[in-house]
Design a protein around this ligand. Structure first.
Ligand SMILES: [Zn+2]
Length: 194
């Protein structure tokens, strides 16, 4: 999963990957999907003999079966589009978040935070807006080209000490529940290299 030396790495440098891993550890969130979460989802979808052991599991199973789709042939776990114009959203596990954001961000020509978040959230499940922002703040290409910076980020750029106070987790989450209680106290300051 390391980038080749011949291509200029934008987001997936060893330093950024390491600090992003640290950030994920410091800011756990139930909307992200671990490898174990994904296996549990697939099990609910594929194993008719697995029985819910509690009311909570029963509800969980119903929710999973209503929401997620597993394509055995392509080994693809996704949320099927429900509205016209929507697209299927691929479930992304934590270890793949940086790769997916890198892929989308390069694909849209290093668009800003909002545009990249829109592209990510339209096509993927399991990535938070704050994850996208964490990575884009560190993009080498965007940093070296001020015209690539989103207009809305000017105020934030002037006061970097306020960045961690920004309610990134509470913005644009659609119908999903907010889940920032775990993140309020620590912030990102303990990440190495900050
Ligand atoms: Zn960029």
């Amino acid at each position: 999963m390391t980038s080749t030396p011949s291509t200029f790495p934008a987001l997936l440098t060893p330093t950024i990957s390491a600090s992003f891993q640290q950030y994920l550890c410091d800011n756990p969130n139930s909307r992200r999907v671990s490898q174990a979460d994904k296996e549990a989802l697939i099990e609910w979808l594929t194993n008719p003999h697995k029985r819910p052991l509690s009311q909570k599991e029963f509800s969980r199973r119903n929710y999973v079966r209503k929401t997620f789709v597993w394509n055995e042939k392509t080994q693809h776990l996704f949320i099927a589009a429900t509205a016209v114009g929507d697209k299927d959203r691929t479930v992304v596990t934590e270890d793949m978040i940086a790769d997916v954001v890198d892929f989308v961000h390069k694909g849209n020509g290093h668009a800003g935070w909002d545009a990249t978040w829109k592209d990510v959230s339209n096509l993927y499940y399991g990535i938070l807006r704050s994850d996208v922002i964490f990575l884009l703040k560190r993009c080498q290409i965007c940093a070296s080209n001020p015209s690539k910076r989103p207009k809305g980020s000017a105020a934030i750029m002037r006061s970097p000490q306020l960045v961690d106070q920004e309610p990134e987790n509470s913005v644009n989450t659609g119908s999903m529940r907010y889940d920032i209680s775990d993140c309020n106290s620590s912030g990102n300051n303990i990440c190495p290299g900050e």
